[in-house]
Design a protein around this ligand. Sequence first.
Ligand SMILES: Nc1ncnc2c1ncn2[C@@H]1O[C@H](COP(=O)(O)OP(=O)(O)OP(=O)(O)O)[C@@H](O)[C@H]1O
Length: 606
Amino acid sequence: MAFKASADVSNRLTSWGNGDPCSGNWTGVKCVQGRIRYLILEGLELAGSMQALTALQDLRIVSLKGNSLNGTLPDLTNWRYLWSLYLHHNNFSGELPPSLSNLVHLWRLNLSFNGFSGQIPPWINSSRRLLTLRLENNQFSGAIPDLRLVNLTEFNVANNRLSGEIPPSLRNFSGTAFLGNPFLCGGPLAACTVIPATPAPSPAVENIIPATPTSRPNEGRRTRSRLGTGAIIAIVVGDAAVLALIALVFLFFYWKRYQHMAVPSPKTIDEKTDFPASQYSAQVPEAERSKLVFVDSKAVGFDLEDLLRASAEMLGKGSFGTAYKAVLEDGTIVAVKRLKDITISGRKEFEQHMELIAKFRHPNVVKLIAYYYAKEEKLLVYDFMPNGNLYTLLHGNRGPGRKPLDWTTRVKIALGAAKGLAFIHRQPGAQKIPHGNIKSSNVLLDKDGNACIADFGLALLMNTAAASRLVGYRAPEHAESKKISFKGDVYSFGVLLLELLTGKAPAQSHTTQGENIDLPRWVQSVVREEWTAEVFDIELMKYKNIEEEMVAMLQVGMVCVSQSPDDRPKMSQVVKMIEDIRADQSPVAGDSTSQSRSGSPSDASH
Ligand SMILES: Nc1ncnc2c1ncn2[C@@H]1O[C@H](COP(=O)(O)OP(=O)(O)OP(=O)(O)O)[C@@H](O)[C@H]1O
């Protein structure tokens, strides 16, 4: 009420004062458990000081943007739990108060378009979670400190009075982040030139000047030369014609042969579970049958015949063909993927590709054990993941009798999947391959409930029709193509995080189940309009004290689905962010433990 009395010059806060601020009736005030958490007072013509607001001690998000508040920033020590502070487009002035360094949980700080002055303080580094730091259009002067903020993805200090060399930690940001500071140099701007010392107030800074005043935004980005589209089409059409001819000849040959030798597998489970055994043994010439190539030397305990004799169960049909669970006679269980419609047709190319994929060994990546190549049949043999996939865990059987996926398990899955993908992205040089097909049905759980990334390396074999099935996870820049990229993977991973948090499945043209929504857009709209926990999966509401972690995870998901690829973090940063959310990974009140997921039912209590 003190703030209203001093700042509400245009009478926009008339709802304030009627009973309890947490009643839901006070403009811009949202509470959690009876404490004011969110204060969203944007564009309300508020003026004067914000001092009175600093008495509130449980704030998480404060947005006062687009007002006429002025004066220096008050002591913000009480806002130590704050996640986001938006004060842009006001009339604040003066230096940043040291109390800002207490905001160690801060994710986003936007002070742009004010009249702040003085140096950008180096203690901004104490807000080490910062994703956003917007200081543009102020009057900051002096050198930019060496900011060591590993998560920083949105940064702007344009149009200030900054000078000196851009520190190495910030040189990856584009030139537009630094424009309008005539004495700033290095990194994406013009190179610095050291001139002889003059009696300037701060020689270390003043003596370094830009060689030329022009900036070179985005320098350093390279485009790779590729085959022209025409050439690719010509190659594909030519190959397809030859293949079609060969296929016709073989089809005729095998059809005749099939009539004489249908070899039923003694243990094939039923008609629906047509694991390669029957068709496959009929199609593959004797000479080729033994050529199961093992890429995992430890697994060489069976051969193609064993696989054909295995009892089999269809797991599902995906973009690349059908997956089966195969139980060999010695009890070994493997997953077999029978590929169809793939773009690689040559044996050599296929083998090289598989050998490359096989090198990617990590506890959070599903292990390729072996592959089989014949003209008419391509099989991939993987470690079998007994605890299903994330899609089914999240969306399967939402009705009565469903075992809820508790928060600790969700965090564990998010972290495991992030680590697997970060490993894939970390590979050096020629081995660098994006995943290209990150989605919840490709996150599988091993016997200990660890998340493993499946289908790595297969996106490169995918034809355009298959690619179009990934629509809900596809980054906007790849919406119309089957192109894949590392930043595209980060976007898909962000959608997966939003899926984990909301319990909603993103749009997928091949599924008729559930709602077909653009998940990032939906989350954006709810979060913008409500600033509340309404976005989260109803199943998560029963767990106590996890709201902060959920919001922190939401922030990670949101930054991953940034429209611009440059604003998305690297997967290694995403791993770090998720680790920061829950350092100890211990169960929270009401959680079932991760072990009990595969055993006893959840003991989640309300
Ligand atoms: N290694 C594995 N262990 C256990 N189950 C698996 C394994 N690989 C795939 N599956 C299961 O088989 C089913 C089909 O998987 P598949 O990867 O072929 O299709 P998808 O994931 O639905 O789509 P896409 O092919 O586009 O990735 C899924 O239910 C998946 O969980």
